[in-house]
Design a binder for this molecule. Structure first.
Ligand SMILES: N[C@@H](CC(=O)O)C(=O)O
Length: 470
């Protein structure tokens, strides 16, 4: 029913609501807006996309199977397509911290689609007798099977759009630096104390390997996201669905996202267990932990310029200080560390939410949806920005690297097999106390001759990596 002053009245089982006729969401969304003024955080666009793709697939399947009319199916699909292409995106308004299971966000999606479908049919918003958010857009569905599916689809889309391309970029940038810095010898450091020499290029190559391993772990974990509980409806039994529906929606969704998906052998199991999300989140956290370590290393190696390591120079991207002129801080690496910590925090919350399921449902899914997709996206954006604004522009300071490598007391390690560990330790101690070089002390004591010593203390040989195929 429309009122004269551009409002419409919508009804639900609890009563009536006056809604501005310009908005596409309906009474259930209005109640949720009032109930949850919590964070101001709105659903992530990738999560909205995932819900719309599900609604598109379900409308097609339900029309094909004769559960809703062809005309209704088409209007819902067209409405979903328009929104997927960018229209009405401001109509998804329910706070991230909302009704358990995600019913409020789910109804927000159902209402917007119903109202836009009504318009496309030449009807007025709110005429739910013709297109109903519950009876038609949501035919054969429940929040309880739609939302865990949306988290799966959202996770897969986010990985594909953000994190995987970013990882490829970072790996390529590190491999390029590995080649460029291959001949540069630097001091290794363990316990933050002098250690045996290494090649600067190998440090970057090691990081490339570490990231590639994470890409593999995340890819493996994400495989579980391809198994869908859609079609289980409220409790996993598939009540109110056509027998063919769950197979057909999995097929359609698979076509829509261009990735393999399949219906689970036991719908109830995949609807109530959050294990796939914990697994993906855990593998993302694992990446964040190594990435934080790498970003701390970058900051250490760049520290200075006068009072630190300064073995490498990170590209200056902005003035660093509001008060100290000429200061350039490793801002991209600093940002990276913070994002990694946030991802670890999101993972912790996911772990808590995942164990809080009861009987047929885990109602903590809205938190899991937000944290998981947000983790993937902010980490992906971070890695892309770190690559573009920092990694590709890193320069080496070969003189500083060599200076520290030559001065490292750990070079005595190379003498172990010639003069024994105890003699070598005594030389190191005396070198530190007197300031005399290791070389000088060995020669003074007649422990080795000059030619032999030169060969043993050759930094290039010492820092050579073993041949992996030998
Ligand atoms: N989460 C709801 C179901 C739904 O919204 O479809 C419930 O189990 O009460």
């Amino acid at each position: 029913m429309s009122t004269a002053d551009n409002f419409r009245i919508e009804k639900d089982s609890m009563g009536e609501w006056q809604i501005p006729d310009t908005v596409y969401y309906g009474i259930q969304t209005c109640r949720a807006i009032e109930n949850f003024p919590i964070s101001g955080l709105k659903p992530l666009p990738t999560y909205v996309d995932a819900c719309l793709l599900i609604k598109k697939a379900t409308a097609i399947a339900n029309a094909e199977l004769g559960c809703i009319s062809e005309e209704l199916g088409q209007s819902i699909v067209q409405a979903a397509d328009e929104i997927l292409q960018g229209q009405l995106r401001d109509q998804f308004v329910v706070d991230v911290y909302q009704a358990g299971a995600g019913t409020s966000h789910h109804m927000n999606v159902n209402e917007v689609l119903a109202n836009r479908a009504l318009e496309l049919l030449g009807d007025r918003k709110g005429n739910y007798g013709r297109v109903s958010p519950n009876d038609h857009v949501n035919y054969g569905q429940s929040t309880n099977d739609v939302i865990p599916t949306a988290i799966r689809i959202g996770g897969l889309l986010a990985l594909d759009r953000t994190l995987f391309p970013a990882l490829k970029k970072a790996i390529a940038a590190m491999e390029a630096k590995a080649i460029a810095f291959q001949e540069i010898v630097k001091s290794g450091r363990t316990h933050l104390q002098d250690a045996v020499p290494v090649r600067l290029g190998e440090s970057f190559r090691a990081w490339a390997y570490i990231l590639r391993d994470h890409e593999r772990r995340i890819t493996t974990a994400a495989e579980d996201l391809r198994v869908l509980g859609l079609g289980g409806s409220a409790a996993g039994t598939g009540m109110n669905t056509h027998p063919q529906y769950r197979f057909r929606v999995a097929e359609l969704l698979s076509e829509l996202i261009g990735q393999p998906l399949r219906s689970a052998p036991h719908l109830m199991a995949v609807m109530q267990s959050m294990a796939p999300f914990v697994n993906v989140s855990g593998s993302i956290r694992n990446l964040a932990q190594d990435l934080a370590k790498i970003s701390h290393d970058l900051r250490l190696m760049d520290s200075g310029p006068k009072t630190g390591f300064k073995e490498i120079q990170l590209p200056p991207v902005q003035p660093g200080s509001s008060i100290m002129p000429g200061k350039y801080n490793p801002v991209m690496a600093e940002m990276t560390s913070m994002v990694c910590f946030q991802v670890m925090g999101y993972d912790q919350a996911i772990a808590l939410a995942a164990q809080a399921g009861q009987l047929e449902l885990n109602v903590m899914m809205p938190l899991i949806a937000y944290n998981l997709i947000q983790s993937i996206e902010i980490l992906g954006n971070t890695i892309a920005a770190l690559s573009d604004r920092c990694l590709v522009g890193i320069e080496a300071n070969p003189d500083r690297c060599l200076h520290y490598a030559e001065g490292s007391l750990a070079l005595v390690t190379a003498l172990n097999t010639h003069i024994g560990y105890l003699n070598a330790a005594a030389i190191a101690k005396e070198s530190l106390e007197t300031g005399k070089s290791l070389r000088q002390l060995v020669l003074e004591k007649g422990l080795m001759d000059e030619a032999q010593l030169a060969e043993v203390l050759d930094l290039e040989t010492m820092s050579q990596m073993p041949n992996p195929t030998a």
